[in-house]
Design a protein around this ligand. Structure first.
Ligand code: DGT
Length: 229
């Protein structure tokens, strides 16, 4: 699955960097992560790894993202376990460039687990199993991350964007849900009171227009990256 996805993304591993400088782009649903990382595709020295939403939409013919939203009681845990797997695959893939930029990470999957726990979408035993998997992975798998870029947004703004893009699976997503997801991201990356941080964080204003974001992207490319090993 993951290899097919990379083939579609035109990632051809010629030379392989075992320890590229790795940046994760984080933020609420609709915060502009995809737009942001797409701007990096023009650089030959950077591998852009988009979030594997397409994999979640087609797990051997089953749309697990849709099932998670339609019937969270039944599918939230299963969905979360698949998100963790696909994110780990992205973390550990060897890339052909000295820089690697990822949309989300296994770390932000934890934000969704936390929210599902708080809203009782997960049974207590399900969140225990998911968290044990998570803790085992971050201890035993090399998930080297050098920088997190947090696109900080206002829930009302991302709600409007999400309605406008009208992704079919998200038709039931409420403003309240986006407020919950925002709060958890903010407590983690902005107030820094929730989970530990795997890397330094740079916060950008994700409410800005695409043009303003592009200007931020250029600044990021020139100023934030340092030399990879
Ligand atoms: P963007 O480019 O900032 O607009 O990003 P999106 O909204 O395309 O991407 P993202 O990762 O915020 O969300 C894609 C969909 O997948 C969205 O419906 C939320 C959902 N999603 C992503 N990661 C998780 C997760 O770990 N758990 C759950 N339950 N949903 C997730």
């Amino acid at each position: 699955h993951i290899l097919k996805l990379f083939a579609r993304m035109s990632i051809i591993p010629s030379a392989v960097y075992k320890r590229p400088f790795t940046v994760c782009i984080e933020g609420n649903i609709g915060s502009g992560k995809t737009t942001f990382i797409n701007e990096f595709k023009q650089y030959n020295d950077t591998t852009v790894l988009q979030e594997p939403v397409e994999l979640w939409r087609n797990v051997s013919g089953t749309n697990l993202l849709e099932l998670m939203y339609k019937d969270p009681g039944q599918y939230a845990c299963l969905f979360q376990s698949y998100v963790q797997l696909t994110m780990l695959q992205l973390h550990t893939i060897e890339t052909p460039t000295p820089y690697k930029i990822m949309e989300r990470s296994v770390f932000s999957a934890r934000c969704f687990i936390e929210n599902m726990k708080r809203t009782k979408m997960l049974r207590p035993v399900e969140s225990v199993v998911l968290e044990e998997w998570y803790n085992w992975c971050i201890t035993n798998v090399k998930l080297k991350t050098d920088l997190i870029i947090y696109l900080r947004t206002t829930p009302e703004v991302v709600y409007k964007r999400m309605r406008e893009r009208a992704r079919e699976e998200e038709c039931s997503v409420s403003l309240e849900y986006l407020q919950q997801v925002h709060q958890i991201h903010d407590d983690w990356l902005y107030h820094r009171t929730l989970f530990s941080l795997p890397a330094p964080v740079i916060t950008l204003n994700g409410d800005k227009s695409i043009e303003e974001m592009f200007a931020e992207v250029r600044k990021c490319k020139e100023g934030f990256f340092t030399k990879a090993d």
